[in-house]
Design a protein around this ligand. Structure first.
Ligand code: 13P
Ligand code: SF4
Length: 301
């Protein structure tokens, strides 16, 4: 921690001076997650908490769609993303025009859009979901068939838990698509008794081999509740680092994949974001109104 202390001290001072709070996703590195963040969690928790922030400035230590969601839900705040290149392969897999074409192709079928998308894509959707509430959102619509965009694997994993027919898109998370069922089988052999938790962005055959699947918050809660002696989190690497710090008695086995987008956020660029008020997240008013509606419908469930 000593290597980080200069930036940490500066950021804590800047937060007070600028009346700012830092929202950090579970995939942020421990020095961000544990030392400077005010609010941490999965995408759903960050969206909910962003709504109630009273400070003037929100720094989103996460990826761009999370910063946009915070801006949608609390539009009077200055929302900063420390690196504009912090994107997401799922958000990049679909455009607003693609959503309009899906609506033309399947008239009358509601469109559920994962929050890992741009505000433009959300604006074309009926309702959003996260990995933490996707099944509840799909079932809340009371219809036989829904379109679920853009994560093919999340759609397939939810389809396995519900009678609602799900029409999927072909987007994938570049981090979770790399896990395979063979990885899990090898792990179980080399680390007998390990409990395997997989994020629902993993392919369905990976989820089928795991002991539990859930959002990053659900994985963290699982470890808290069950305290397995050995655990594997099939997800982004910092997740294990952050949860392990709170559970010294649990052995974390770590075949993990880094998210290059999440890793663009550092103490250095968070400090600069606060010093130089950058990069301010803006959303065109014509898009923001409709995108907000889709996110608010989700939060109302
Ligand atoms: P969670 O909503 O589960 O935190 O997931 C967000 C994400 O980007 C996972 O890759
Ligand atoms: Fe996007 Fe995957 Fe990175 Fe999450 S882990 S931000 S879904 S690329």
């Amino acid at each position: 921690w000593a290597a980080f202390s200069d930036d940490i001290e500066a950021i804590l001072t800047l937060k007070r001076e600028r009346n700012a709070v830092i929202l950090a996703h579970n995939y942020q590195t421990p020095e961000i997650f544990h030392c400077i963040a005010d609010i941490v969690g999965d995408s759903l928790a960050l969206a909910r908490k962003a709504m109630t922030v009273e400070a003037k400035v929100i720094v989103l230590a996460g990826v761009h769609f999370m910063a946009e969601t915070a801006k949608l839900l609390n539009p009077d705040k200055i929302v900063l993303i420390p690196d504009l290149g912090a994107g997401c392969s799922l958000a990049d897999s679909i455009t607003a025009q693609d959503v309009r074409l899906m609506r033309q192709r399947y008239p009358g079928v509601p469109i559920v859009t994962y929050v890992n998308t741009s505000a433009e894509v959300k604006a074309e959707s009926d309702i959003c979901c996260t990995s933490g509430n996707a099944k509840a959102v799909v079932e809340s619509l009371g219809v036989r068939r829904v379109i679920m965009l853009p994560d093919e694997y999340l759609a397939q994993n939810i389809a396995a838990q519900t009678d609602v027919e799900i029409i999927a898109w072909k987007g994938h998370c570049e981090v979770h698509e790399r896990f395979t069922p063979a990885d899990i089988r090898e792990l179980r052999e080399s680390h007998p008794g390990a409990t395997v938790l997989a994020h629902p962005e993993c392919p369905p055959d990976v989820v089928a081999e795991a002991d539990f699947s859930g959002s990053t918050a659900a994985m963290s809660d699982y470890v808290e509740r069950h305290k397995p002696p050995r655990v594997v989190l099939m997800t982004e690497c910092s997740m294990s680092d952050n949860v392990a710090l709170a559970h010294p008695d649990v052995e974390f086995i770590r075949p993990c994949n880094l998210c290059p987008h999440m890793k663009r956020i550092t103490l250095g660029n968070i400090r600069m974001a606060l010093e130089q008020n950058r990069h301010v997240v803006t959303i065109e008013p014509g898009i923001a109104g409709r995108a907000r509606l889709a996110v608010e419908r989700m939060l109302a469930i």
